[in-house]
Design a protein around this ligand. Sequence first.
Ligand code: EPZ
Length: 423
Amino acid sequence: MSYFEIRGGAPLEGIVTISGAKNAGLGVIPAAILAGEACIIENLPYVSDVSCFGRILTQLGAKVSLEPNGVMTIDPSTINCLSATSNEVSSFRASYYLLGALLGRYGMVEIALPGGCDIGDRPIDQHIKGFEALGATVTIDEDNALIRAEAKRLVGCEVYLDMASVGATINIMLAATRAEGRTTIVNAAKEPYIVDIANFINMMGGSVRGAGTDEIKITGRQRLHGCTYAIIPDMMEAGTFMIAAAATGGNVVLNNVIPNHLDAISAKLLEGGALVEVDDDGRDFYVRVRADRRLRAVNIKTQYYPGFPTDLQQPMGALLTRAKGRSLLIEDIFEHRFKYMDELKRMGAQIVVNNRRAMIDGVEELCACDMRANDLRAGAALVIAALSAQGTSRVYGIKYIDRGYEHFEHKLRALGADITRAD
Ligand code: EPZ
């Protein structure tokens, strides 16, 4: 069982380069199926969800290569199977984008029901609503944990989302890309990932307008071509390192970032008393985070973009366990995203959880101990807590961290952290 051994107490100092955005890449990879030719995707993070997706596309018959430098080449023209039911498919969430991509390209698809971080029920009713509005018949085979969708024709329509679901917005966008006529997604998610995937579809010759707003219009195009596309930097990885820098009283410069993607986390760190500066060298942007050992308490309410992101609620919770004063965290997106706090309490954190609300009374010091992560961002949170505690901790469950953070311990070690991976 792999774990990180972390000797905490040292401030993080130095420069870290942010990798490509996992949640953008996991939408662009299946989107390449819509093209009739090979696509080259650059700046992908070399994480297990990405390599897993490459293997799944290979199993469908596509020609796929993934280089350690994060360049994936996908030739979908040889796809000869429309059923993806392996355990790998249900090992992560984004495999459900195969529904929109294969339905959009071939009019038929069968996949294993998706997995993903255990942070709530995570239904896919809005995805299904979109597919059915386009003319597809969707059936869920509970006994075999499969979902099937098929359509003789996909015809553009208007779909109103009950909530600004990232996954549903992406999946419906994929299915509509080659449909007849125009599709409008109302109350669409506005995350930068959506814009990145829309830009990729447009690079292939598709027609997606309005991505990044709450109304996206897709005009179906029958012929799409290959392209080369570099995905955006990972705002969640950047936010994680910004929080880690502040939590350890460090001084860290992040490069390869898009500053306005980080507005919510920058605002909260500034509110807590950290110094957050954006700079550029005429070509690239940088963000510097500097802080004393303890920030002031702040209140967090997770919201859809551009609000405070739910994916940084857990890293921020770790930081606030040592802030001066009482912080209130409200998790408004997922119903079970506070489980990591049980681990933090074992370090001496003073936290009271009541459904989607958590009250944190900051303490001077956390006590190092052994902890277990149950999801990706909880893993990052426990590492941040261990880095800011006195003594040596072990964080188990790092397979979750490997799903979404590229070279996590190497990047932290380069910033002065005493962290090693052990079995
Ligand atoms: C994506 O998950 C991300 N995953 C999550 O990141 C992220 O936390 C989430 O968006 C919110 O930003 C990927 O991109 C692979 P949603 P997704 O659909 O698409 C409800 C990480 O750590 N909902 O925006 O599953 C849902 O239950 C991961 O990188 C429905 O009710 O999130 C939730 O309460 C964790 N019905 C809310 O909407 C639906 O059909 C938002 O979910 C769809 C969603």
